[in-house]
Every structure is written in structure tokens, then in C-alpha cells.
Design a protein around this ligand. Sequence first.
Ligand SMILES: [Zn+2]
Length: 376
Amino acid sequence: MGLSRIKGQDAALTHLRSAFESKRLAHAYLFHGPEGVGKESAALEFAAALNCDAGGLEGCGTCPSCRMAAKLAHPDIHLVFPMPRDAKPEEVAEVVAEQVKAGYREGDFGRKAAIISVEVVLDAVVAQANQRPYTGPWKVFVVADADAMTPEASNTLLKTLEEPPEATALILTTARPNTLPATVLSRCQRIQFRRLSHETIEEILLSDKRLGFNKARAKAAALVSLGSAGRAVRSEAEGLVSELGRVADLVAGKRAAGVESLVGEASQIAFRLGRHEQERLLDLMLLWYRDVLLLQELGDGAPAEEILFGRQRRQLEAQARAMDTRAIGDLVMKIDDARRAIERYSNPSIIFTSVLVDMAIARKRSEAAGRRPNAA
Ligand SMILES: [Zn+2]
């Protein structure tokens, strides 16, 4: 429990701890950085720790205040997050309950845009901020994904940011700080959160029992996470991790010898995935070929931290040797086109299948043409 539960964000935590110890906490913070790296969890742990009966900034996890905070039911800790405009109170409660249960919040409402409306800011922030804390020393407002505030909402929040009542802290989180109004930004102290290493993500996935990962799955999910624990959790939920393995095998020519069975295998993968997962998988394939190109250019000199699929370095190196740069360039353009087409077409599986087959054929062709003359 407490702030030490937040992994891989030492600089941010050190900043908060030293501000607290020297009694120089700001009234408003902006936690910014990529999606799924712990901004919101850190904000909630910080809010809990400020109100912990044991004092200090670790949060004991067992006092009545900490227990209420863990259930997101603390009367002095208020969480605001984007929801579709027509969401009913029970739907909001459902999202909160899910967050308590799973440890993270899913921000996907299908076609409906999620926003933070002026009504929510008035209700959950302005009205509450004007009252004294009920139990704890601090009243804390966490505005998650603050960039989803409507202009009216941020204008309203601005008044509280400009004249914060005593013993009140506001924490805004965002992955897109530059889309917030300058007036809001200027009132907040910015604290940066960073992408997480594969090791840190594995550690997070394994340490939170609510997520239900075993070692092998955590390893695989970390690989496709792009430094975001949130993304790792979603990839696992979508079955993307095992599909990525199958796509890599297919492209590497480990499965399906003839073109006919290649098409069959590719369309099976396409059939199992929805449009959204197909898009994500193509994103990953673009990053995969980015790694291949990087290894072609830099060879053994390519720094390990630059290689996104570091654990598959051998496979990447084999592809870098076998394929010529122009073929990879063509393929990257095809994947990129397919990525765009999938958004628009009514039957994305056909496009997805065809691009998988393109990848496998490009690989076969370059193998048949022999190794690149300048390959090491
Ligand atoms: Zn406590």
C-alpha cells in the first residue's frame, strides 16, 4: 500500500515526498505522461497517504481512512473522470466499482465520446471544495484525463485552481498536456511520469493479484506493452499477446508452407480478432519492422534500449539479414495503408488477411533471393 506501490516512477515520487516533508506541497499538480504508466494510481495513493491516520506519506493501508480510500469511498477524496454525456449515476458507480475491483479504469465507451462536463466539475469539485474536510486533514480532488474537460468545465475548474481553499489539493492527470488550456497549465505544478521498462511492467502485473497474471503471460504482455502497464493489461484481455506470437510465426515462415494454407491461416487469425484488435496488431507490426530496419542500419551496434521487441532480438536480426531494405519499406507502406483502410471498411478482415499474406510472402521472396550482399 501507499506511494511505494507505484513502480518505475522514482523521480515523480521523490518530488512529491520532498515537497511533503518540507511542507511545500502545491495546491495543484499535473501528473502527465503516457497512458497506463501509473499517473492515476499515484494520484489516488497520494490522496490516501495525505489522509492516512498514521501520518507520513506512505499510507498504512489498514487505518479506517486508508480502507475507505482503497474502496474509493473516502468522503474527502474525490475522483472525476470522463464519461459519455448521457451517462446515468449508476453507470458512473459501475465504473468506480470496476476500478476498485480491477485496479484500473477502462476508458472505452464504444462510439460514445467520454467527456468531463461542467456539471460534473460543479458537483464533484466546486461544491465540495467549499466545505471543510470531513475526516482527514486534506481534501483531495483527482481529475483523471483532465484533457477531456469541455472548455466550460475547465473554465469552471480554473476558479478553484486560482483560489484553492485551505487544505485542498487538486491533482490533474493527462497523457496530452498540450491540449489543456494555458490558463489551467499555468496554475499546476507539472510532474512527469515515464514509460515503464518491461521488467517493471512484469513486476506490476505479477504484484497485483487482482490482475491475475502468471509469469509467462506477464512476460508476453510486457513485450507488447510499449511501456504502458495499462496497455499490457488490455493486450492480455484482448488475447492480443498470443495472436502476436502467431503472426510473428506466420510472417517468419514457421507455419503454412504453401500460399493457399498461408491465406487460410491468416484469415483464421483475422476472424478471431475484432476490428480494434486488428488495428492494434498492425500497430505492433509497424513497430516490429521499425526494429528490423534499425538493426539493419546499426547491426550489433543498435543500443538495447532502442529495440522495442528486445526479447525477440534474434528473430529480428534474422529478418534484418534476410530481407532487403526496399522490401521492408514496401511492406511498411502496405501495413500503414491497411491500418487506415481497416478504420473505414465494413469488412476489415479481408484487408487484414491480405496484409498478413503480404508480410509472409515478402519474407519468402527475400529468402529465395538469398541474403543481402551487404549483410553481416
Ligand atoms: Zn492509513
